[in-house]
Design a protein around this ligand. Structure first.
Ligand code: 5GP
Ligand code: ZN
Length: 134
């Protein structure tokens, strides 16, 4: 298997998948363990691990296809919205080390919970001062 990578194998057609879109640069297919109906993964055909080691040109190609596929899902499914999710590193929940974007259609009020908390304004300001890019 190329790069010992399951998503490269899917892109090459060595492992079956339920493809919903393909062109010269990307493949989009249904996630095998969907959060919701229509949960789709968009991947580049070239291997890279995550956002930071992916070429800008490739990222630009992926995000335009994410938009195209999301627009299609929104018209083909009775969903009311969608989330785009992109995990980097195990701490972020990345389990497959081939960069991918999740498109997760959302229906009515069915919850997928990302827990947040009210930010402390002083701490937020101090953090922004510390990490602001030049
Ligand atoms: P991550 O957690 O790395 O962002 O997401 C990886 C996703 O790939 C998971 O949602 C998982 O269900 C999906 N996945 C893992 N192996 C396969 C596979 O062989 N086929 C498909 N279609 N999806 C897969
Ligand atoms: Zn790969």
């Amino acid at each position: 298997m190329k790069n010992n990578c399951i998503f490269c194998a899917i892109a090459e057609g060595e492992i079956p998948s339920f493809k919903v879109y393909e062109d010269e640069k990307v493949v989009a297919y249904l996630d095998i363990n969907p959060f919701t109906e229509g949960h789709t993964l968009v991947i580049p055909k070239t291997h890279s691990e995550g956002l930071l080691d992916t070429e800008e040109e490739t990222l630009a190609a992926i995000i335009t296809r994410v938009k195209k596929v999301a627009a299609h899902l929104k018209s083909a499914l009775p969903c009311d919205g969608f989330n785009i999710l992109q995990n980097n590193g195990e701490a972020a929940g990345q389990t497959v080390k081939h960069v991918h974007f999740h498109i997760v259609p959302r229906y009515g009020n069915s919850p997928i919970v990302f827990e947040s908390h009210a930010g402390d304004m002083g701490q937020l300001k101090a953090l922004a001062d510390r990490i602001r890019m030049a």
